[in-house]
Write a protein that binds this ligand. Structure first.
Ligand code: MLT
Length: 256
């Protein structure tokens, strides 16, 4: 199914009925990462999986896809489905988009789940890394995708999950370089939403991986505490939907 935002197609799936849950993938991913979760979840509720701009089958509409534009693209899907209230779970960049969605549309979210994600903005060091990544992706998408994806897991899990990672890489290689670039630049300038997350009155859950190479476990744990969020600790890396699928599935079942 398709909605439109700024003349670009925004691809999504919707399964099940009642009490909508929106699942948002992370950087270099697509709605397919939720495939193994949707069957069970949609037996109880409506589950909407969206390809964020520049990812999967969704199009590009700007040189930089800000988190605000991504959030508005998500809203175009909710409008298409005539949804007024929903719960959100976002993996990594999908979490950044969920927080920005709450910022722009503060009356829609019931629950907000950050999976391997953070309400914090990028540090100066991380911003400099983004610029290097953006340059590399335009020069050599294949090298960038391969490196970026492998960096999300420990060397051991890169071996254990090799076939699944190869599928993720293959899918990401189909995204346009300009779409990947636009997301990198958008994440770089995202707003810090720690206070917004702290003030959010709905159900809130943070899920962190003990060996996440991207987000420091202890920092995320402390942030969750500071924001009065429920906190779930998983044993592996940044790709909980793959590395700790069974545990993550149980957590997603807890969403109101
Ligand atoms: C993601 O998985 O979405 C990215 O690692 C997020 C980021 O680069 O900050």
């Amino acid at each position: 199914m398709e909605a439109t935002y700024k003349n670009a197609p925004i691809s999504f799936t919707s399964q099940g009925t009642g009490n909508p849950l929106v699942l948002l993938h992370g950087f270099l991913e697509s709605k397919e990462i939720w495939q193994d979760f949707v069957v069970e979840l949609s037996a109880k509720r409506q589950v909407i999986c969206i390809d964020l701009p520049g990812h999967g089958e969704s199009g590009n509409f700007a040189e930089v896809h800000t988190m605000a534009d991504m959030a508005k693209a998500v809203k175009s899907v909710l409008d298409e489905l005539d949804i007024q209230q929903a719960s959100f779970a976002g993996h990594s960049m999908g979490g950044y988009v969920s927080l920005e969605f709450q910022n722009i549309f503060p009356t829609i979210l019931n629950s907000l789940v950050l999976v391997n994600s953070t309400p914090q903005a990028d540090s100066e060091k991380r911003k400099a890394n983004r610029d290097r990544a953006a340059t590399l992706v335009l020069k050599n998408k294949r090298a960038f995708v391969s490196m970026a994806m492998s960096n999300l897991l420990t060397p051991e899990n890169n071996k254990i999950f090799k076939s699944q990672i190869d599928i993720l890489k293959k899918r990401a290689l189909q995204f346009s370089s300009t779409g990947i670039y636009a997301a990198i630049k958008g994440m770089k300038i995202r707003t810090d939403h720690t206070e917004l997350f702290a003030k959010f009155q709905g159900q809130k859950i943070v899920v962190a991986g003990k060996n996440d190479p991207v987000l420091k476990y202890n920092t995320i744990k402390n942030l969750a505490k500071r924001c009065n969020s429920k906190f779930y600790s998983l044993p592996d890396g940044h790709l909980s939907f793959l590395e700790n699928q069974i545990e993550l599935r149980e957590i997603l079942h807890l969403i109101d």
